[in-house]
Design a protein around this ligand. Sequence first.
Ligand SMILES: [Zn+2]
Length: 457
Amino acid sequence: MDIRLYNTLTREKQVFSPQNPQRVTMYVCGPTVYSYAHIGNARPPVAFDVLFRLLRRIYGEDHVVYAANITDIDDRIITASAETGRPIAEITALYERVYREDMAALGVIEPTFRPHATEHIDGMVAIIEQLIAKGHAYQGKDGVLFHVPSMADYGKLSRQPRDEIVAGARVEVDAGKRDPADFALWKAAKPGEPREARWPSPFGEGRPGWHVECSAMAKAVLGETLDIHAGGLDLIFPHHENEIAQSECAHGKPMARYWLHNGFLSIDAEKMSKSIGNVKLVHDLLKHYDGETMRFALMSAHYRQPLDWTEALLTQSKATLDRLYTALRRMKDVDADDVDAPKAVLAALCDDLNTPQALAKLSALATEANKSPERDWPRLKGEMLAAGRLLGLLQRDPDDWARGDASEAQRIDAMVAARVAARRAKDFAEADRIRKELAAEGVEIMDGPDGSTWRKA
Ligand SMILES: [Zn+2]
């Protein structure tokens, strides 16, 4: 079955054809870890988690390589450190852990790679050196700048007029620009900035600009041309436009073949903002709503459409999940057939990730199960579970869901997943800390060849 995806670069829905079906690559811009993630931040990880699951279903689990970065050096992180007096590494480690736990609670599979910006400084320096050597970058007063007029097709992703490009670039370092649209690749260290926020380089001590971080990390873990590069709509300009400029001028080939962008999320029909005071943090929402209910709500609109986050949406999402789990509960003593997700669900997802349609098909399966004779239950249960796996839903014990203590189990699942990730990253101190925290609640982790499970003492 062909996957068709809307490509922001061509403004068309196109049949997806990877460079190498044995190694399909996808990169999604990840969080800057200086604070808690809000629900708008959770939309890309959930939307592109569905794509990751679909790609794995089509090309095989071992043939899809997905990287989502962690930006652990940034002006906002330096500010947070200065304001709280806490070391940068402590702030970034804390908020990365919270982020991973929050995403796991939303049913997001851990990406294949989670590159950290601070671990790829050499790669960023190398790209900047290449850009200088090829005449695309120059040393300004406060660091190194990319010279926008040096790239003939700059602006091809956002298709912005020149005055908007200039306006967008003004937030960057200004001093010594040859062109008002030029943007920072390397920011010279300022007096008083902490030691841990500066690195030596041929262009003097300093730190990378945000855009070049992604260019270097994507190249290091996935290669010079990605199959899919994705993120929120707000990243098209300047972030993705500038990633394209850096990577393509340095490497001489396309940075990515399919560019995907998810739509905005509003709260009760208003823009989420600190000034309105309506910012909803995932971490807080999880205290009141089940992670699976929140995931369902995030998937209820097509990823490219705006999504309005309301109490009514959550209530309705919970009610639909109740109905689905009730159907599974009726069939709980039946062994599910080992079947694939129904064609209609697959076809909906293959059509530019049409999750609302896939969820409707899933609901129709529950309706069918409710009126079918018992002899049809093994197939219907198998189809519901397979569709659920593809969507990241319905994988819990229906009795747990009915008891309402599922969120407790999910919270522990998320902590166990965070510990697995920490061990994989060889952060054994963090893995041990999570194990002790769970042990204090009477939860014992059992590590086996197929992964980690847990039980309550
Ligand atoms: Zn990025």
